[in-house]
Design a protein around this ligand. Structure first.
Ligand SMILES: NC(=O)c1ccc[n+]([C@@H]2O[C@H](COP(=O)([O-])OP(=O)(O)OC[C@H]3O[C@@H](n4cnc5c(N)ncnc54)[C@H](OP(=O)(O)O)[C@@H]3O)[C@@H](O)[C@H]2O)c1
Length: 380
């Protein structure tokens, strides 16, 4: 055993160690591990470590794994830092699935990561995938090779913009049968966020009224449909160009925020879902009835304002949950939710997809097509 006080041990069997909170003390490297000195932090994800091994340090060892195409970020920056490269396929272990990715969605958080606001590099971004199970770790019980699935890769996992990705089985569910891979990839992160906000945080029920800020976006289009499926009355905001979409989704009271201030026409709602950055949260306290709730996914509500208005409020950090994906799949296959995909682009056009998402005016979702589905899967 040897102590590597300024280095990182690389071991694909040590994921939990690497996902430990930042600032965790260094541990001893085992003799069978490979260590190298640098100033990288312990919070690097396993995705980063796999890539570091391939790109910078261990090309010979990593070469044992067949290569795949992926989008790699080596350092923060604009869309130009998204590089289409050959990297080794990841491997599934324990309770993980190796997914042959057919499609991956792009989310605003991917842009924040690329800009270096959250994570460390190198990494393969991407938290939404739909594809086919290619392999399973020895503790996987829920899936088998060939299953068509969709998954919400965790913040630490990342890796969706690639031909293969790895995730825990608890972050995946069987793909809804009624939609293709591109539409399935659009669902996990955005729809789970909408579900966790409306159902788990707000406890939205039939007959209640909900105001959704950003009803035409990735989260908003799912939120509107989830709320309608619950039997709620839905008020939603979007610009003039997206009023038709709000109506198509079943919004009872669409509001064009470019011509109408929502607080002039809305009052006494049970729930507000704030899915917009800017001043919409600050302007929402007065439109909620006493005892109602604001759930914001873009910042925490102000406790003083909540108290002043006699309402509740909370922020939300969405997280992967297979049970939510299973519920969503049922609603999709029952025709109650239709993923809205405004653009499907090949993986190599990822920079264009990021530019679109960074505009903050995307209609529904933007999806990267990674591969053509094969025909042989019995559960496709
Ligand atoms: N906390 C979490 O766990 C979590 C999870 C997911 C997302 N988020 C955050 O939530 C936000 C929404 O995510 P998303 O994926 O839905 O983003 P998105 O798809 O980029 O949302 C774009 C939509 O927002 C609408 N919009 C922009 N400004 C608006 C305004 N002032 N009023 C009403 N609508 C407006 C746009 O409609 P128009 O084009 O018609 O203006 C567009 O359809 C992002 O900031 C994202 O980072 C947080």
């Amino acid at each position: 055993m040897m102590l590597r006080p300024a280095g990182i041990c690389f071991s694909t069997a040590e994921k939990e160690t690497w996902l430990a909170p930042r600032g965790e003390t260094l541990r001893r490297c085992r003799d069978d591990e490979l260590a190298y000195a640098n100033d990288m932090r312990l919070s690097l994800s396993i995705n980063s470590l796999r890539l570091i091994a391939w790109i910078a340090v261990l090309p010979v060892a990593a070469a044992a794994q067949p290569p795949m195409k992926a989008i790699v970020i080596h350092s923060s920056g604009g869309p130009e830092v998204l590089k289409y490269e050959d990297v080794p396929r990841p491997q599934a272990k324990d309770d993980e699935l190796l997914i042959r990715v057919m499609a991956a969605a792009v989310n605003p958080v991917d842009v924040f990561i690329r800009e270096g606001r959250i994570n460390h590099f190198p990494l393969i971004p991407g938290m939404d995938v739909a594809g086919v199970v290619e392999g399973t770790g020895n503790k996987v019980t829920k899936f088998k090779r060939g299953d068509a699935i969709y998954a919400y890769l965790s913040f630490e996992e990342q890796g969706g913009y690639a031909e293969f990705a790895v995730t825990k089985q608890d972050h995946a569910a069987l793909k809804p049968r009624s939609i293709d891979f591109e539409h399935a990839a659009a669902v996990p992160l955005a729809a789970t966020t909408a579900w966790q906000a409306l159902i788990e945080k707000a406890g939205l029920s039939a007959g209640q009224t909900v105001l959704i800020h950003g009803g035409s976006g990735g989260v908003g289009t799912f939120a509107v449909q989830i709320a309608k499926a619950r039997g709620a009355k839905v008020i939603a905001t979007a610009s003039t160009a997206n009023q038709d979409l709000l109506k198509q989704l079943g919004v009872d009271q669409p509001i064009d925020y470019t011509t109408t201030k929502f607080e002039d026409v809305v009052k006494d709602v049970d729930v507000v879902l704030n899915a917009v950055r800017g001043d919409t949260l600050a302007r929402s306290y007065g439109v909620v009835k006493k005892g109602g709730i604001i759930v914001s996914i873009t910042g925490e509500p102000d406790p003083a304002e909540l108290e002043k208005h006699g309402i509740r409020g909370t922020g939300l950090g969405a997280h992967p949950d297979a049970k939510v994906l299973e519920e969503l799949a049922k609603l999709i296959d029952a025709g109650k939710i239709t993923p809205i995909v405004s653009a499907v682009m090949p993986l190599v056009d990822v920079a264009k997809a990021h530019q679109q998402i960074a505009s903050r005016h995307t209609r529904g979702k933007v999806v990267l097509k990674v591969a053509e589905p094969r025909k042989q899967s019995p559960r496709d």
